[in-house]
Design a binder for this molecule. Structure first.
Ligand code: LLP
Length: 430
C-alpha cells in the first residue's frame, strides 16, 4: 500500500510530500507516483520467485501499464526485466537503460519495422502467429541469434471484464493450441531462430486462484510436447494478470500468494513429467504499479438536481483515466485537504469532457466539497497515463515521483504548443 499519512493540517501526504503543495507546485491534474510502493512490489515478486522456485526465474514488468523512462529505470534497478508491446515501448525501455537481454517484445501484429528493431536490439520476440513467424524467418540472420518464444492460447477461462480476457480460445492473441505440433515442427527446422520457450497470458485484474494454476500445468505439457520435435525449451512465461484492490469489496490474492502458487504448480508438473525446471518468467503490470500512484485533481463546478443527484466536477476525466468509461471500472477517492472531515455527501464525480459518460466515480462518499479542494483518486498507476489521450485537446497531466519528502518531475505537463505540435496547416489554408 501507499506510503501515505495525514499530517497535522489534516492534509494527505504521499511519500512525505503534501499533496496540496504538490498540486500548487506542479499543477493539476497530477499523477503522483510513490517510489517506495513501486519498489516494494518489484521486490515482493522478485523475492517470492527466488524463495519458492528452485530453478532460475525472472520477473518482467508489463510496461503497457505505464511506460516512461523513469518507471523503466526503477524496475530495471530492481532487477526486473520488461515486457514491451510496440516499437515505442521498446525504444523507451532501451533509452532508460534496460538490458535488451531482459526485454521481451509482444504484440499480435508487429510491423516489419518493429521486428527489425527488435532483432537489432537483441531482445526476445514473443511470436504470436504464423504470419509473424514466417516474416521472422525471412528477416532473421542465419547465425541463430534471434531469440524467440511462442505465444499460445491456453484455452483457459477466467472471470474478468470481457475486454481484458485473453486466454480463452476465441482470442485474437497467440497460436491456436491445435496448431501446436505444426508450429513446433516448423520452428525446429529454422536454423535462424533460437526458440527458447513458450508464453501465455490469460487476462487481467484476475482474483481467482485456479486459472493460473491450470495455466502452469498446461504450459508444462507444452514443454513436454516440444521435446518430440527436439526442441529443448528452457523458458516458461506465465504472463501477468493478478488483480488489485480498487475498492473494499475487491479481494485479490497477494503478490506472494500468487507467485508461490505459480512456482509450486510448475515445479509439481515438471516433477510429474520428469522434466528439468525451465527458467520461470511472469509479467505483471497492474499489480506492480497500480497502487503506487494516485491522481490529484482540483474540484470545480457542482450541480445539484434535487432528489436525483449532485455532480461534482474535476479538472480532468476520461482523457487522463479512460478506465471507468471503457471498462466501468470503479475507483475510490478522498479529499486531500479534508482528510478527517466527515463524509456527509454522496456525489457523482464527473470529468470535464464533452460526454455524459465522462464519470470518474459514481456515488462517491465525500466530505462537503468546494471549488479548489483537491480530490485524490487512488490506485491509478496502471493503464491511466499509458491510456491517456488528448480528447477535447486537453494537455496530458504531469507526473511526479515522490520519495522521502522529495518530488521529481518524471513527465512534463503538456502545453498548448504540444497540442498543436503535430498539426500541419497546408499553405493554401493560411
Ligand atoms: N502480459 C501480456 C501479454 C498482456 O497482454 C498483459 C496485459 C500483461 C502481461 C499484464 O497484465 P496485468 O498484470 O497488468 O493484468 N487496459 C486494461 C488492461 C489491459 C491488459 C492488457 N494486457 C485495463 O485498464 O484494465
Amino acid at each position: 500500500p501507499l506510503t501515505a499519512r495525514v499530517n497535522r493540517q489534516d492534509f494527505l501526504e504521499i511519500g512525505g510530500c503534501d499533496v496540496k503543495t504538490l498540486v500548487q507546485q506542479f499543477g493539476s491534474p497530477l499523477y503522483i507516483l510513490d517510489e517506495v510502493t513501486l519498489r516494494a512490489a518489484c521486490q515482493q515478486y522478485r523475492d517470492t520467485f527466488k524463495q519458492y522456485y528452485k530453478g532460475e526465474s525472472q520477473v518482467l514488468y508489463a510496461s503497457k501499464a505505464w511506460n516512461c523512462l523513469a518507471v523503466c529505470a526503477i524496475v530495471a534497478s530492481e532487477g526486473l526485466g520488461i515486457d514491451v508491446v510496440s516499437g515505442g515501448e521498446l525504444y523507451t525501455a532501451i533509452q532508460a537503460g534496460m538490458n535488451p537481454e531482459k526485454i521481451y517484445l509482444h504484440g499480435n501484429n508487429k510491423s516489419r519495422h518493429e521486428l527489425i528493431f527488435a532483432i537489432e536490439s537483441g531482445c526476445t520476440i514473443v511470436v504470436d502467429n504464423w504470419y509473424e513467424l514466417k516474416t521472422l524467418v525471412e528477416l532473421a540472420s542465419t547465425d541463430s541469434s534471434t531469440r524467440i518464444m511462442l505465444r499460445l492460447t491456453p484455452g483457459i477461462e477466467c472471470h474478468t471484464h470481457e475486454y481484458i480476457r485473453t486466454g480463452h480460445l476465441d482470442s485474437k492473441f497467440g497460436f491456436d493450441p491445435n496448431d501446436l505440433d505444426e508450429v513446433f515442427a516448423y520452428v525446429s527446422k529454422q536454423p535462424s531462430l533460437n526458440c527458447v520457450g513458450v508464453h501465455a497470458h490469460i487476462g487481467s485484474q484476475i482474483f481467482e486462484r485456479q486459472p493460473h494454476r491450470d495455466l502452469g500445468a498446461v504450459m508444462v505439457q507444452w514443454l513436454r510436447d516440444a521435446k518430440k520435435y527436439n526442441l529443448e525449451l528452457t523458458e516458461l512465461n506465465v504472463g501477468g494478470g493478478l488483480g488489485i484492490k480498487y475498492t473494499e469489496s475487491d479481494d485479490p490474492p497477494s503478490i506472494e500468494e500468487w507467485s508461490k502458487a505459480i512456482c509450486e504448480v510448475v515445479q509439481a508438473a515438471c516433477a510429474a513429467e520428469n522434466l528439468p525446471l525451465p527458467k520461470l518468467l511472469c509479467e505483471p503490470g497492474r499489480s506492480l504499479i497500480a497502487t503506487a500512484c494516485v491522481t490529484a485533481y482540483t474540484i470545480g463546478s457542482a450541480k445539484t438536481i434535487p432528489d436525483i443527484r449532485t455532480y461534482v466536477t474535476i479538472d480532468g476525466g476520461m482523457s487522463d483515466n479512460p478506465r471507468p468509461i471503457t471498462y466501468q471500472s470503479v475507483y475510490r477517492a478522498v479529499v486531500a485537504n479534508k482528510m478527517s472531515v466527515p463524509l456527509t455527501q454522496t456525489v457523482t464525480l464527473a470529468g470535464k469532457h464533452c460526454e455524459s459518460g465522462d464519470i470518474l466515480i459514481k456515488n462517491a462518499q465525500l466530505p462537503k466539497t468546494e471549488p479548489g479542494d483537491i480530490l485524490v483518486v487512488m490506485a491509478t498507476g496502471a493503464y491511466n497515463y499509458s491510456m491517456a489521450s488528448n480528447y477535447n485537446r486537453l494537455p496530458r497531466p504531469a507526473a511526479v515521483l515522490v520519495a522521502n519528502g522529495e518530488a521529481n518531475l518524471i513527465l512534463q505537463r503538456e502545453t498548448y504548443e504540444d497540442i498543436i505540435r503535430q498539426d500541419c496547416l497546408p499553405e493554401r489554408l493560411k
